[in-house]
Design a protein around this ligand. Structure first.
Ligand SMILES: [Zn+2]
Length: 385
């Protein structure tokens, strides 16, 4: 099981230590995403060297291929991923709603067609927990309904009602005694839904908190509602969710969004941005993003970031990285993914230090100005919404 010890606060922001059966994680923390059981292109050693402590894998993808039972037969997710630290799996719901075809949803669960081979499949609240139990992550998620970004208030209200009912079914399955799984060591998180509707968010949080779960996630954000709408939803979470449980904002990784969420009391984040953008020749830096395919970097002998201590910055220049992408060498995506993961780990370490020093607001102002607003002397500023 997991627990969170809060070590310092600055307004609603907090630093803490998340204790898990596979080691401790300083929070606020960013979790790299290993969709199919691997952080794309990187060895576990490289992921750890970049400073990541806890990683995420997607149940939907692993359930379809190679299958949750196969993961269990291969020794469980920690063995399969070659990762001895903490792992979180999502429930599969988000991908069912975003990737699968021909969804039919009712109170029992959701029927869908695999996006890989068209097979007819069904995901139920209990089934999502059973699949995650087989795989054996440290933190597992409830099945929830994720309404689309343009859903009406009525559709969102229906998703909140259904997600709350599923949370209870997931809790019952998770809490049921088993003699064969690592369930006792797994922590179940509930997922708050409710879109940008404050009363629905409150209703969703109340239903989850009544179940007294080990942690709570905030779902359904960063789906196109925009930065300020997201901030208004997050304004309420400190009051809605218990202070002694971890709070996880799902799928949010834009540095500006992370800062805003941390300031409102969020502890955990995950996003594909560092690795997806890394594969596409885009590097995160403190002075905005660098698009390495740009011809301007061809003869640039400087590293991505002068003060970055990652393997890439210690050994390769922007000019060399650009060459690797232009020549379609696989080392290019690997090296920029390494740097981007290190960027996020250092960013989170900076946030933790600023909170511990009671200086988060001022620190954020300086960081945001450098990353988003300043004319960065010709570098590519991070795009704003
Ligand atoms: Zn670097």
């Amino acid at each position: 099981m997991i627990s969170l010890g809060i070590s310092s606060t600055d307004g609603k922001a907090r630093t803490g230590l998340l204790h898990t059966g596979h080691g401790n994680v300083e929070t606020p923390a960013f979790m790299p995403v290993g969709t199919a059981g691997t952080i794309k292109g990187l060895t576990p050693d490289q992921v750890a060297a970049a400073g990541a402590k806890m990683i995420l894998a997607n149940t939907y993808h692993l359930m379809l291929r190679p299958g949750a039972q196969t993961i269990a037969d291969l020794g469980g997710l920690h063995r399969v991923m070659g990762w001895s630290g903490p792992i979180l799996t999502d429930s599969g719901g988000y991908q069912v709603f975003s990737l699968a075809r021909l969804r039919r949803i009712d109170d029992e669960g959701v029927a869908f067609q695999s996006h890989i081979d068209g097979a007819e499949l069904r995901l139920t609240p209990a089934g999502a927990i059973q699949a995650q139990r087989l795989m054996g992550a440290d933190v597992i998620m409830q099945l929830d309904e994720c309404p689309p970004a343009d859903a009406t208030g009525q559709q969102v209200a229906e998703a909140v009602r259904r997600s709350a009912a599923w949370a209870r079914l997931c809790r019952d399955e998770w809490a049921a005694p088993t003699d064969d799984g690592p369930a006792a060591s797994q922590a179940l998180f509930g997922i708050q839904q409710g879109g940008v509707f404050h009363d629905l968010r409150r209703q969703s949080a109340d239903a989850l908190v009544a179940l007294d779960l080990p942690g709570y996630a905030i779902g359904g954000l960063s789906v196109g509602e925009g930065h300020s709408a997201m901030c208004r939803v997050l304004d309420d979470i400190d009051a809605q969710l218990p202070a002694d449980r971890p709070r996880y904002l799902m799928g949010v990784g834009e540095p500006r969004d992370i800062l805003a969420a941390v300031a409102r009391g969020v502890d955990l984040f995950d996003c594909v941005l560092p690795t997806r953008n890394g594969r596409n020749a885009e590097a995160f830096t403190n002075s905005g993003r660098i698009r390495l395919r740009n011809a301007r970097w061809a003869k640039d002998a400087s590293s991505l970031e002068a003060d970055c201590d990652c393997f890439t910055c210690r050994n390769f220049s922007r000019g060399v990285l650009r060459h690797l992408f232009m020549a379609k060498e696989m080392l290019g995506p690997i090296l920029v993914s390494i740097h981007n993961l290190r960027f996020f780990a250092r960013f989170m370490a900076g946030i933790r230090q600023a909170i511990a020093e009671g200086n988060l607001a001022r620190w954020s102002q300086v960081v945001l100005a450098r990353m988003y607003e300043m004319d960065n002397g010709g570098e590519t500023p991070t795009p704003t919404e």
